[in-house]
Structure formats: structure tokens, C-alpha cells
Design a binder for this molecule. Structure first.
Ligand SMILES: [Zn+2]
Ligand SMILES: [Zn+2]
Length: 146
């Protein structure tokens, strides 16, 4: 019994390690499904449930971040440090933005709300290069037809 437990734990650790490696390597802020697809190339027998469970554990451990961006599927970030993101409203692509976290935002609120501030989220929205190009083509087409 104990041996099985230990074996289980070890297998879990190996799976968790691979999930973490995959996340650290791909800075695309993938969804659980995308992570599952990537991890399966290395661990063909892993289940989606195991991937979910390990993502949750890694997030609790502070090794990764769970991103809950407005109106979208949860995404995961292999970079555990605070940073902001920009999301493409066309295709949902998410990138990091080169902007230092603004702790002063929280300080500014100090005393002016009944809440104890524990953090803030800031999400930029825009069009990625590919969607910008598509949008431009669409406009050109429209002006052609007019
Ligand atoms: Zn896009
Ligand atoms: Zn990020």
C-alpha cells in the first residue's frame, strides 16, 4: 500500500515536471487543452484530468500562474512573476507586455476603499500582427466593393 503510494507520488512528480518544462518552454500562455496536447507527445498515456490536476497544484505552489482573462478560457503561464498581458480580440492570442508591475496603483487606493487590497489585474487588448493584417485586407476589400 505504502509502496504503491510512493510509486504514485513519483509518477505524479515526473508528470508535473514535464508539464512545468512544457510551460516554461512555450511562452504562448496555452490553455489546458493545448498543454495536454504538448505533454502527450512526451507522455502519451497521460490523461487530461491529470494535466488539470497538476496545473492546479503547480499554480498553488506558485510555480506557474493561472490567467483568468476576461471572457476567455483559463490560460497558464510558466512565468510565476507578476507581469501584465495583452490579448488579441481577434484570435485570443496572449503576449506579455514590457511594463513593470505598478504597486503604486494599490498604494493610491489605500484608505479610500473599505476593502483590503490584495492585488490588481490589468489586461491590455488589441489586435495581433496577423489579425491587424487581416483587418486591413478586409477594409481594402470593402472599399473595393463600394
Ligand atoms: Zn490575433
Ligand atoms: Zn505571461
Amino acid at each position: 500500500m505504502e509502496q504503491r503510494l510512493r510509486k504514485n507520488k513519483m509518477r505524479m512528480t515526473r508528470q508535473r515536471q514535464v508539464i512545468l518544462e512544457v510551460l516554461r518552454k512555450h511562452n504562448t500562455h496555452p490553455t489546458a487543452d493545448e498543454i495536454y496536447a504538448m505533454v502527450r507527445r512526451r507522455l502519451p498515456r497521460i490523461s487530461l484530468g491529470t494535466v488539470y490536476r497538476n496545473l492546479e497544484i503547480l499554480s498553488d505552489l506558485g510555480e506557474i500562474q493561472t490567467l483568468e482573462l476576461s471572457g476567455h478560457q483559463k490560460r497558464f503561464d510558466g512565468n510565476p512573476n507578476k507581469h501584465y498581458h495583452i490579448r488579441c480580440v481577434g484570435c485570443g492570442r496572449v503576449d506579455d507586455v514590457p511594463l513593470a508591475p505598478m504597486a503604486q496603483l494599490e498604494n493610491q487606493l489605500y484608505g479610500s476603499t473599505v476593502y483590503t487590497i490584495i492585488g490588481h489585474r490589468l489586461e491590455f487588448t488589441g489586435l495581433c500582427p496577423e489579425c491587424s493584417r487581416k483587418e486591413q485586407l478586409r477594409r481594402q476589400d470593402a472599399s473595393h466593393l463600394a
